[in-house]
Ligand binder design. Structure first.
Ligand SMILES: [Zn+2]
Length: 75
């Protein structure tokens, strides 16, 4: 499955994403990256969310992430 970041808009300004930080899609704008950091509660913020029993990633991304894991195993 092909995974193109640019198919996902930045969660803060709507431009095509170039990064995934703190489990959020963001563009290359440092302001958006900072917003993502704050929104997720900084490093470990997504784990806090997980501890609350909430999903940490959108369901439609799960297959992509599984693909990434497979790539990691090969390396
Ligand atoms: Zn942005």
């Amino acid at each position: 499955m092909e995974f193109n970041l640019e198919d996902y808009p930045c969660e803060f300004c709507g431009k095509p994403s170039t990064n995934v930080v703190y489990a959020a899609f963001v563009c290359s704008n440092p302001e958006c990256i900072e917003k993502a950091r704050i929104e997720r509660g900084g490093p470990g913020g997504h784990m806090k969310k997980k501890a609350e029993g909430k999903p940490i990633i959108p369901e439609e991304l799960v297959p992509s992430i599984a693909d990434n894991r497979d790539v990691g195993k090969k390396l």
